[in-house]
Every structure is written in C-alpha cells, then in structure tokens.
Ligand binder design. Structure first.
Ligand code: NAP
Length: 244
C-alpha cells in the first residue's frame, strides 16, 4: 500500500503542529500547510527529525482563489491526499453590536469557507481511492455559543453542519468526515486572553486545567486512523468536561 498523505492546514504552530507530528508518528507523509513559510519549514524539519516525511505548502485561506492552486501543487508533489485536517483558524472578537463586517467576513472566510474549499479539492482523489478522512477542527464554543465571538462561533457551528453533510454525502465512498471540538487549549490563540478571562474559563472546566495541543492531536490521530473507520459525522469534544 502506498504511504498515506495527510494535509494539515494551520500546521505551522499550536494544535496543527502537534497534529502534524502525531500523524507523522503514525507513518503518514505530512503536508504542512499555512500562510507562514518559515514556520511551515520548521515544523517539516521537526517531522523529519522524528524520521517522518514532510513537505510544505504555502496556503492562505483568506484568498479563496489560491486554494485550488495550492492543492494542485500538493497533488503534483505528493500524488494524493488521503487525510485532510481543516485546522487553520483565526479569531477577531468583538461584541456583536460593534463587530465590523470585514471581521465577520474574514473569520467566516478562513474558518468555514476555507475548510469547505480545501475539502472540495481533496475529495476527488479520496473518492477515487475509496478511502479518505476529513477532520474539521471546530470548537466547544460552536456548540455552546460565546459572548464576543459571533463570527467565530458561527464559523465553528457552520463547520459542524458541514461535517455532518459531507459525512452523509461521502459515506458511500468510504470517506469519513468528523469534527473535533476543542475546549480551552494552551496555544498562541489563548495566550493573548486577559488573566481574568482565563480564570473565569478555568472555573468552568471540570478537569481544572487548560488542554494541551497534544490532547487535541490525539483525538485527530484516532479519527484519521483505521480504528475509527466506523465513525462518521461525529463531533468529538476535547474540552475537559466543559461541555457534555
Ligand atoms: P494558533 O496557534 O493561532 O494557530 C493557527 C494556525 O492557523 C496557524 O498555523 C496559522 O498560520 C493558521 N492560519 C491563520 N490564518 C490562516 C490563513 N489565512 N491561511 C492559512 N492558515 C492560516 O491556533 P490554535 O489554537 O492552534 O488553533 C487551531 C484550531 O483549533 C483553530 O481552528 C482554532 O479555532 C481551533 N480551536 C482552538 C482552541 C484553543 O483554545 N486554542 C479552542 C477551540 C478550537 P500562521 O502561523 O501562518 O499564522
């Protein structure tokens, strides 16, 4: 069997980086894709240091028209994409009353439309192979709502709907589509939060700690594996019990 290829978007840091390393440990060739060339290369080096194989791809999800080209380059270099992890995401927080339309649009564009367009590009090959895995990184706030994050929450709730629809559309081709919904994870995204907000969030987590990127990567690794072949259309919470 040919070596499986996993494309992880937003793999230059945080959860995406850890996911890339976890999938490499399972023997997959990794496409490290984000809009940060230097960090992509650093993560690819980390994969190689583990004895794995990695290539990098510049991918800017805010530029919808370039996504097709990026996947054409990936397919040219790797020949296939067996697993797609739609992990890249941003926040642009503000209360709804004050949220700028451009911040609404950008978050939806990167977090939701970007994921959809990547899936569209990866699907033809998976359909041909009659095997594929798509894992969308949603968020616990897409399940619960969150003050000040109307754009982000809408994008993550949208990803959950997209996950279920793709799962229905692709099941007959043996392609599974699932979402992982992380809670409060220690990355650059949460580093910027004020201490007071962090303490309030922690008070809502039964396991009484923030999650680590590796906690999320473990869930993705499982969903991508053959062991998860009978799971599709699911939302796997990795949230310390914050939402049940
Ligand atoms: P992070 O550390 O901020 O990393 C975000 C990643 O997305 C980076 O690799 C970044 O690339 C990439 N990215 C941003 N804009 C992009 C664009 N226009 N095109 C392509 N790539 C882009 O975030 P994280 O905490 O690891 O989060 C990863 C995912 O988990 C996100 O979808 C996030 O919403 C979700 N999540 C996170 C948490 C949490 O608590 N951290 C909780 C729930 C869900 P650059 O390096 O180029 O900027």
């Amino acid at each position: 069997m040919a070596q499986r290829v996993a494309c992880v978007t937003g793999a230059s840091r945080g959860i995406g980086r850890e996911t890339a390393l976890a999938l490499a440990r399972d023997g997959m060739k990794i496409v490290v894709a984000s809009n940060e060339r230097e960090n992509n290369e650093k993560v690819a080096e980390e994969v190689r240091a583990l004895g794995g194989e990695a290539v990098t791809q510049y991918l800017d999800l805010s530029q919808a028209e370039t996504i097709k080209e990026a996947f054409a380059a990936i397919l040219k270099e790797c020949g296939r994409v067996d697993a797609l992890v739609n992990n890249a995401g941003i926040t642009k927080d503000a209360l709804s009353m004050r949220m700028k339309p451009e911040d609404w649009n950008l978050v939806l564009q990167i977090n939701l439309t970007g994921a959809f367009l990547c899936a569209q590009q990866a699907l033809p090959g998976m359909m041909r192979e009659r095997w594929g895995r798509i894992v969308n990184i949603a968020s616990v706030v897409g399940q619960m709502g969150n003050i000040g994050q109307a754009n982000y929450v809408a994008s993550k709730a949208g990803l959950i709907g997209l996950t279920k629809t793709l799962a229905l559309e692709l099941a007959s081709r043996n392609i599974t589509v699932n979402a992982v919904a992380p809670g409060f994870i220690e990355t650059d995204m949460t580093k910027a939060l004020p201490e007071e907000i962090k303490q309030k969030m922690l008070a809502r987590i039964p396991l009484q700690r923030m999650g680590q990127p590796a906690d999320v990567a473990a869930a993705v690794r499982f969903l991508v594996s053959d062991a998860a072949g009978y799971m599709t259309g699911q939302v796997l919470g990795v949230n310390g019990g914050m939402y049940m």
